[in-house]
Write a protein that binds this ligand. Structure first.
Ligand SMILES: [Zn+2]
Ligand SMILES: [Zn+2]
Length: 214
């Protein structure tokens, strides 16, 4: 798997482009491009490399993770959009929410393909597995690619921290429980690509994440 990281928008959100090197088939995980320059960067990266963007994956649908979804969907029409059904309310309320932040954005496209624990997603020859890790939001998903020991953790798990749980649908105990039982059970060498900040590993978080010591 080829992984390209963009840091986009006011919230320093990580937008990932993942590509199957054998077929050049690509997906975007959490299209957060907000400014025109950011949208152009994403589009140029795909076209300059002759990749085919064929899917959008939502880890969850907080504003900072869907700012660029309308742009991506317009640029690459009718591609499947994967996400958990519990995130639908965030999509439905995105415009109202953005007005509260004083930000103007386009209505993000809804999820076309509902995903839950254990669902598989095919990008070229790569098979990703969805892991449901609620607690930051009810429908938070992580996407796991065991072939390369890679996990996209959204806002559930960060390097040295975990997601906030004070937003609608959040629950601190649920988050800790799900991280502990589902994510820390993955091989230690698994590289974690979070929704914000630097990558880490499962082993490093097991050993030193202050929220996960007991
Ligand atoms: Zn979030
Ligand atoms: Zn976020």
């Amino acid at each position: 798997m080829l992984i390209h990281t963009f840091q986009f928008n006011h919230f320093y959100q990580n937008t990932y482009i993942i590509t199957d090197p054998e077929t050049q088939q690509s997906a975007v995980i959490d299209p957060g491009c907000f400014f025109d320059s950011e949208k152009q960067k994403l589009e140029s990266y795909i076209s300059d490399n002759n990749y085919t963007l064929n899917s959008i994956l939502y880890t969850h649908c907080h504003l900072d993770h869907v700012f660029g979804a309308a742009f991506v969907y317009k640029t690459y029409p009718n591609i499947p959009i994967y996400g958990h059904k519990e995130e639908k309310a965030f999509i439905d309320n995105a415009i109202a929410q953005s007005i509260r932040y004083g930000i103007s954005m386009e209505q993000p496209p809804g999820i076309t393909n509902y995903v839950t624990e254990g669902s598989t997603i095919q990008i070229g020859n790569m098979t990703l597995y969805a892991i449901h890790v609620p607690g930051h939001s009810k429908g938070s998903l992580c996407y796991y690619y065991p072939t390369d020991n890679v996990l996209f953790s959204g806002d559930a798990l960060f390097a040295g921290s975990i997601g906030r749980s004070d937003l609608p649908g959040g629950n601190h105990e649920t988050l800790i429980e799900n991280i502990s039982t589902k994510l820390l059970a993955l091989p230690g060498e698994t590289i974690v690509y979070p929704g914000h900040g630097e990558p880490t590993t499962i082993q490093a978080e097991k050993e030193s994440n202050p929220f996960l010591q007991n």
